[in-house]
Ligand binder design. Sequence first.
Ligand code: NI
Length: 180
Amino acid sequence: MDSSDKIRAADPASLQVVKYPDPRLREICTPVETIDEPLIQLVEGMWRLMLDSRGVGLAAPQVGVTVRLFAASPSFSPDDLQVYINPRIIEASGTIEEEEGCLSFPLIYTKVKRSAVVVVEALDLEGNTFQETCVDLHSRIIQHELDHLDGRLLVDRMGAVSKIANRRALKELEAQFNSA
Ligand code: NI
């Protein structure tokens, strides 16, 4: 399926967060080819779901649509809704370790090392290329959501200690998935 078929297969009015260990979270996502009405509807649905879920970022594979885009709102505000289509990091510097969560891993938090500053390049909803220099939480969101587009998850970024600390919660998610 190309990106347009994947987008048209989703119902933007009834999106749900896909949870670990759903295999859709492991796919390498497809680049977006066309920015059209179905894509805009998907993004608007993702913004709603992200705010309702009290998240600051949500990648398309987390709603089961394995294409390269993600939503963000670093200030967690309906006035600050962002979308990054076909994003890539073109510069990264520094290292910083902070606690991180993920809507696909409810109740799990782990320290993750990330670049302190990133410059991201992406398309907006008008199809224009933009670049942004991101720091603090914004920088962390960009790197976390970009990981999602390559099938890389919070569990892959966990250190050994955190894996042990979160072992029960991870097992619980696996059991819930297998019984669904
Ligand atoms: Ni996530």
